[in-house]
Design a protein around this ligand. Structure first.
Ligand code: ATP
Length: 348
């Protein structure tokens, strides 16, 4: 059932005046785990529903190994779908929920039983297979939803925030489970999430969307370390987006000044004018450091996070700074923070 290539070609979807997807080009290879990532309203669910066939395109095309599929109804595409509300049939047992799609395909009884057995085993629900959905925990219900999707051996599995209704520890457990199933079954998975950590942990490739447009496609390492613009950076955990003026540019390196008049050196990531932003991760600041890039700030809020503290501080010009540190700080403390030059990304 494995395909070689699924291709989105100038895909567009508008709702009246709202353009949810504009001109999306993307190639997904068979066997890949692709995460569609972005803030609320960026078009992730719309993209997934267009792939599933639940929403017609208003422009462009989708092809599977060169064959056009965007004009096919969902059942003809045969993709597996897992949503955040598990959408199980409440009056059917776990087994019957999982078997439902196979029965619709009129497979032989023995074949259905064999495949349901295997799916139940894969998602570790052997003990609960005769229960009804209401008798299951959220995590167990989500396992049923996943089993129901994979039992059909679909060429593509589409998941829309499947873990968002689960509590934190179960979310981590199911995350590993989903990755394990993807690998062991050789599935091709498209996974929608607004959680960058989940996307980084799960996917072979990330597609970062903003306002219906693809901002960046790359491996987790690429997108994490080399965001292409300030929006991707902000979304990938560069919580400090400090407005600066550009003093000089020399190849890869940019020298800028903060509103406080402090000089910072960083890595130039885009063509720059006179005004720019310096993007820094909270964990890349070293409290008390001294060296080339040092800012002075006053601590305002301290959150306890076990081994670390998340600190909100302010520069003299009022710019807010987010710092993660192992040092014990208190509101009112004046601190200096240093950041290595290669940890400062300068965007237009
Ligand atoms: P979230 O993470 O909040 O679910 P999303 O990235 O999945 O967001 P979409 O649901 O794809 O975003 O929505 C993209 C844009 O399209 C939004 O501006 C949304 O308001 C709009 N939109 C989505 N569905 C409809 C609809 N049925 N009618 C009108 N506008 C819609």
């Amino acid at each position: 059932m494995r395909f070689a290539e699924l291709h989105l070609d100038h895909v567009r979807r508008a709702f009246g005046d709202t353009v949810a997807l504009r001109d999306v080009d993307l190639t997904i290879k068979g066997g890949e785990f692709v995460a569609l990532l972005g803030p609320s309203g960026c078009g992730k669910s719309t993209a997934l529903n267009c792939l599933a066939g639940l929403l017609p395109l208003t422009g462009g095309r989708i092809t599977l190994d060169g064959r056009r599929i965007d004009d096919l109804p969902p059942e003809k595409r045969g993709f597996g779908m897992v949503f955040q509300n598990y959408a199980l049939f409440p009056h059917m047992s776990v087994r019957r929920n999982i078997a439902f799609g196979l029965s619709m395909r009129r497979l032989a009884k023995a074949e259905i039983a064999r495949r349901v057995d295997e799916a139940v085993r894969l998602v570790q629900l052997e003990e609960h297979q005769h229960r009804f959905p209401a008798q299951l925990s959220g995590g167990q219900q989500q396992r049923v939803a996943i089993a129901r999707a994979i039992v059909l051996e679909p060429p593509l599995v589409l998941m829309d925030e499947p873990l968002s209704n689960l509590d934190a520890s179960l979310r981590l457990e199911m995350r590993t489970e989903i990755r394990r199933l993807h690998q062991s079954l050789g599935l091709t998975t498209v996974y929608v999430t607004h959680d960058q950590e989940e996307a980084l942990a799960l996917a072979d490739r990330l597609v970062v969307l903003r306002l219906g447009e693809v901002q960046q496609v790359g491996s987790p390492e690429e997108v994490y370390a080399h965001p292409v613009n300030r929006h991707v950076a902000a979304f990938m955990g560069y919580r400090n987006i400090i407005p600066v003026s550009v003093t000089s540019q020399d190849g890869e390196r940019a020298t800028v000044h903060t509103g406080d008049g402090v000089r910072l050196a960083g890595v130039k990531r885009e063509i720059l004018g006179t005004q720019a932003v310096a993007a820094v991760r909270p964990e890349d600041f070293v409290v008390g450091g001294s060296g080339e890039n040092v800012l002075e700030a006053v601590v305002e809020i301290v959150e306890y996070h076990g081994r670390e503290q998340a600190v909100e501080a302010r520069l003299r010009d009022g710019t807010r700074l987010h710092v993660r540190t192992g040092s014990r700080l208190a509101p009112g403390d004046t601190i200096t923070v240093e950041v290595p030059v290669d940890r400062v990304l300068v965007f237009s």
